[in-house]
Design a protein around this ligand. Structure first.
Ligand code: DC
Length: 230
């Protein structure tokens, strides 16, 4: 019996770490929806798409083809934009600085959500983002809302970015996270919210192993519940 696991939460809470580990353990697909919004942002930046013009945005979206491919070496799923592997480019600060603004656009969200819902048709999926439990899969069997102390999140993101960007500062990372959390939580179109039936996971003081163990326990409970209702 396969279920859908929806993971939402603030930037740099470790959503993708948990989602990847859960997917691996359960032999489920993992979809990082943030990567989709980042790839769209990269395309808009490259093509100088004006975020103020609806027609320009709609025309640009027609030229965007997104898909994930599994990298056999890292066993991670990587984002492709029109058949180009953009897994690295989408992590650049120029993309991070713009992505929340792009992700707040109604047309962009409809474009992304439609594809995400198709991916979940056959269940057996772990998806992370900001609106997965509220908008993309409101009927997901397990919803997890992740959070962590803001300063811990800044340090985690800094450590992640530093190896490829040694000029980056803690202040820059802090400013970017604060700005993204604010825009993501306050936008009109599907803002970041904890679904009423989402389990809260604050991992400020938890190790990766501890959070995985807790999530797997929730998975077992969600499956049991589904079985009892069948
Ligand atoms: O998870 P991330 O940091 O890669 O996400 C990048 C941005 O995309 C984030 O600022 C908010 C947006 N996003 C969103 O609005 N909805 C999603 N389902 C996933 C990401």
């Amino acid at each position: 019996m396969k279920i859908i696991i929806a993971i939402d939460g603030y930037s740099s809470c470790g959503k993708s770490t948990l989602a990847k580990e859960l997917a691996e353990q359960m032999h489920y697909a993992y979809i990082d929806t943030g990567a989709m919004y980042r790839a769209i942002t990269l395309y808009f930046l490259r093509e100088n798409v004006s975020l103020k013009h609806k027609e320009e945005i709609e025309a640009a979206l027609k030229n965007i083809n997104l898909h994930f491919e599994l990298n056999p070496e890292t066993r991670g799923s990587e984002m492709y934009l029109n058949d180009e592997n953009v897994a690295r480019n989408i992590r650049d600060m120029i993309v991070a600085d713009k992505v929340s603004e792009v992700a707040a656009i109604k047309e962009v969200r409809h474009f992304a959500v439609e594809q995400q819902q198709k991916m979940g048709k056959h269940k057996g999926l772990v998806m992370d983002g900001r609106d997965i439990g509220t908008v993309v899969f409101p009927d997901a069997e397990l919803k997890i809302f992740m959070t962590a102390d803001p300063e811990i999140r800044v340090k985690r993101r800094f450590q992640e970015l530093y190896p490829t960007n040694p000029l980056i500062t803690l202040d820059e990372v802090r400013h970017n996270l604060e700005m993204r959390d604010y825009i993501d939580s306050n936008r009109e179109e599907s803002p970041l919210r904890r679904a009423e039936d989402a389990r809260l996971l604050d991992n400020s003081e938890m190790s990766r192993e501890e959070q995985l163990k807790l999530a797997l326990q929730w998975v077992a409970e969600a499956k049991e519940m589904k079985q009892s209702l069948a």
